[in-house]
Design a protein around this ligand. Structure first.
Ligand SMILES: [Zn+2]
Length: 383
């Protein structure tokens, strides 16, 4: 993991999977402004100025984050708004080399506008299928419960998620638990996760961002995660980190989120090198670009420029993200082949999109988004 001078391949062309992105938090600032105008909602300046949040890792800091998130969510009031968000998230992901997006949604907030949680989920799933065809990135869905609601609500959501379980575009691949880690008893959500696991869904709760190892032990014991949203604070207890590595639990690390929420003061304090060095599978994610001001590639840029990862290690992160996704084996194999191609190509010749073929190679490197002739449906077309 030494910084290299010669290897500077284009990270937007590194094929990857995006496993930690929230529905509302994925929204473009321009879209939020547009929706706010339409509904006559006055938004807090912090949502409009384009600067990433910088909040202390306290209850008050989180409260402010949540208030801004709620203000953004209050601008999503129709089926069209929901479809637009999924479509734009997929389009933005595809432009960043993502071949697989597993977008996370708690349908509860949108339910009143579309006739209930079932239609809310179905709209997102249908939009995910449409976006897959339109943008050439497979879009699957994680249904997430909130720690601030009753655990029985989580069970209802888990049963609903189970009805749409699958691994393809427009299917539910996982069940999550989001919101303030300090709220709710983790073990109380165990039954909901048991329902989800029985249906074959991945267990993908948040944990170990605002709270440390004690919380992660609870999450691992009660929710049996396949992947943990964040989990970065596992570095504080070597035995715990060893257990995470031994179990093969994937950490969805979102560096911009950690710094914005004050978990770490500086970019270089995010323990990315320590986690990867310990052998933990890490999948980088953007979490809430709307609030944190950066999308997926920026997290890889941070790994390169702040943490000194070379192209081999960056390709390893991309490979880990693909393997940790719930995509079908054919999709994973295709993306992994394309990652190999990215790495085998000389810097500057990693392949690319149809719009910049003059600088690209023709044989196989770029993300699935760009290869019209590739075999996997859903990875081959792009508008
Ligand atoms: Zn998150």
């Amino acid at each position: 993991m030494t910084p290299t001078t010669e290897a500077r391949r284009d990270l937007t062309k590194l094929p990857k999977a995006h496993l930690h992105l929230h529905f509302t938090g994925s929204m473009r600032a321009a879209t939020l402004r547009d929706l706010a105008r339409r509904y006559g909602v006055r938004l807090p300046a912090a949502l409009l100025d384009g600067d990433p949040l910088r909040l202390p890792a306290t209850e008050r800091g989180w409260f402010r984050f949540q208030r801004l998130y709620d203000a953004a969510r209050a601008c999503v009031r129709s089926e069209d708004d929901m479809r637009r968000i999924v479509d734009e998230a997929a389009q933005d992901d595809a432009a960043e080399g993502s071949g697989r997006l597993e977008i996370q949604v708690d349908p509860t907030s949108y339910a009143p506008f579309v006739g209930g949680i079932t239609p809310a989920v179905e709209i997102v799933l249908d939009a995910a299928r449409t976006a897959t065809l339109a943008h050439g990135v497979e879009v699957a869905v994680v249904v997430a419960a909130s720690r601030t609601r009753h655990p029985l609500d989580a069970r209802t959501l888990a049963r609903l998620a189970a009805r749409y379980a699958g691994d393809g575009p427009g299917e539910v691949v996982g069940f999550g638990l989001s919101n303030d880690e300090r709220r709710g008893g983790t073990e109380d959500f165990g039954p909901a996760f048991a329902i989800a696991r029985r249906a074959g869904l991945a267990s993908v709760p948040h944990g170990g961002e605002l709270l440390g190892p004690g919380h992660l032990h609870e999450v691992i014991d009660a929710l049996e995660p396949d992947r943990i949203g964040h989990g970065v604070r596992a570095v504080e207890e070597p035995r715990l980190l060893d257990e995470i590595v031994r179990r093969g639990v994937v950490l969805e690390v979102c560096p911009a989120s950690n710094v914005s929420l004050g978990v770490y003061a500086r970019d270089e304090d995010v323990p990315l090198g320590a986690l990867v060095g310990a052998g933990a599978p890490v999948a980088l994610g953007a979490d809430d670009p709307l609030l944190f001001g950066s999308r997926l590639v920026a997290q890889y840029e941070s790994a390169r420029h702040v943490h000194g990862f070379d192209d081999d290690t960056l390709a390893g992160l991309a490979r880990a993200s693909v393997r940790a996704s719930r995509a079908r084996p054919s999709t994973k194999e295709q993306l992994e082949r394309q990652i190999d191609g990215w790495l085998e190509a000389a810097p500057g010749a990693e392949g690319g999109t149809e719009s910049d073929t003059e600088s690209g190679t023709e044989d196989g490197a770029g993300p699935g988004t760009a290869r019209g002739g590739d075999a996997t449906p859903g990875l081959s077309s792009r508008s």
